[in-house]
Design a protein around this ligand. Structure first.
Ligand code: SF4
Ligand code: SF4
Length: 429
């Protein structure tokens, strides 16, 4: 490995409002495209013909399955999630109401981008950027809630506690995840009041109640790039960023996507791919819904997440998360290598029932470990009902009983769909 030539420097505001700007040198051989490689016409086609849908709706059967499995495999985590659900429910109610809230002043009509950015940074958001609210990324079930007149998006990231994150997978890290959600709620209330005082509307998305896919907006606003772990790799805290979007009718200037060198860097790094306990991360990128990305295998990830406190090994072992983008990119220029790759410090992790996994070692699971119902819980209930009545003859009393059971199971499936998934990752109802 040899020293690399610097292609260009990216300058970003410091991590905290009082910190000086940081310089991120990008090696010439890491240059690709600003943001993520996309095909705009494909994004439009898929949004129209096959709209995105939330995990809580599209994969509700596995969310319900996870409730029972987790209770047995990780009861402490199950209890933590229940507590978080109680804390997050009033937050979600507030989020749902923000679209109807009225501004408290007359708008000046002036561009308020820098006023909102400064206030967001002052409140403690680590990253703040602006783009258009691209409705192609809105979930089908959320289209009815997302106001069409709020065409701009304020993208905001809060840092999840650094020390706790390095213990992933753990209860401690999941507690930090929940704490970041509550922090987001507190800051958003202040920022919404500020946007109202400038004379504009503000509809808040996240934590837990999301309009749809958030990462594409953050990438467009220049706040990071998509890693092969499927997460936003942001300049200061990599994938430790918890994301939130405020849509508004305020007059704003949009930021532009940035090439931090992440797209090419991931092709060389591959640490998350090599360390994923579920072998759920694909090494090779594909074009999916108009985006070139490494597509995560949900069926191999979810069973691991469920049993190991949300897993997150792919977050823990990412050098950009662990050491920060400036340090990782400087190291690459100086040595041509990936900072921390091949070290226990970066790559080692522990699964409670299986012990410590050093570099090069992965846990083994039998094939039943990955057995999990797929699709929507109501569809499974319907399939079961259809099978049962097909096997019956004309016994009308028995048919009535099966019908009553079907309705009860269907009600339960739909009711549980409105519970937050895992640590408030998503919400269907
Ligand atoms: S959460 Fe765990 S199982 Fe899922 S992709 Fe990340 S490392 Fe793999
Ligand atoms: S671990 Fe490496 S390959 Fe994976 S997302 Fe982070 S930088 Fe990219």
């Amino acid at each position: 490995m040899a020293r690399r030539r610097v292609g260009y420097q990216v300058t970003r505001p410091g991590r905290r409002v009082e910190d000086p700007p940081v310089e991120i040198p990008v090696a010439a051989d890491l240059k690709s495209v600003p943001g993520t490689p996309t095909r705009d016409n494909e994004i439009t086609y898929y949004a129209r013909e096959y709209p995105l849908e939330s995990v809580a709706v599209e994969h509700s059967a596995s969310s319900l399955w996870a409730l029972d499995i987790r209770e047995e495999a990780a009861p402490e985590t199950a209890e933590l999630y229940r507590q978080h659900q109680e804390e997050i429910e009033p937050v979600v109610e507030w989020l749902k109401s923000t679209g109807d809230m009225e501004p408290t002043a007359e708008p000046s009509g002036k561009d308020v981008t820098e006023l909102i950015r400064a206030r967001a940074r002052e409140l403690g958001y680590g990253e703040a950027g602006f783009t258009n609210f691209d409705r192609r990324y809105v979930y089908k079930s959320k289209r009815q809630y997302a106001r069409g007149d709020l065409r701009n998006a304020v993208c905001l990231a809060v840092e999840q506690d650094y020390v706790a994150t390095q213990t992933l997978p753990s209860i401690e890290a999941e507690s930090a995840h929940g704490a970041a959600h509550l922090e987001q709620a507190k800051m958003a209330k202040e920022l919404v009041a500020y946007i109202h005082s400038l004379g504009y509307r503000a509809q808040v998305w996240g934590p837990t109640w999301h309009f749809g896919a958030m990462i594409p907006l953050f990438v467009k606003a220049g706040l990071g790039q998509l890693g092969i772990n499927g997460q936003l790799l942001s300049p200061h805290f990599g994938s430790r960023a918890r994301l939130q979007v405020i849509t508004t009718n305020a007059t704003l200037t949009h930021d532009r996507p940035v090439d931090y060198g992440v797209t090419k860097f991931c092709e060389l790094c591959q640490v998350c791919f090599m360390r994923c306990p579920g072998r759920a991360i694909n090494q090779n990128k594909i074009w999916y819904r108009g985006v070139e990305k490494s597509k995560l295998d949900f069926r191999r990830c979810r069973p691991v997440m469920t049993r190991y406190s949300g897993c997150g090994v792919c977050m823990k072992v990412c050098p950009i998360q662990r050491y920060g983008m400036p340090q990782v990119m400087k190291h690459y220029i100086e040595t041509g290598g990936i900072l921390g790759k091949g070290t226990e410090n970066l790559e080692g992790y522990t699964l409670p029932d299986k012990g410590y996994f050093r570099v090069g070692r992965l846990p083994k699971f039998d094939s039943e470990f990955f057995d999990m119902p797929l699709g929507k819980s109501e569809d499974l209930v319907m399939d079961e009902y259809r099978e049962r009545i097909q096997d019956m003859n004309g016994d009308s009393e028995a048919r009535e009983m099966v019908w009553a059971e079907f309705r009860e199971k269907l009600d339960k499936a739909l009711e549980k769909r409105s519970l937050p998934v895992d640590m408030g990752m998503d919400l269907g109802g």
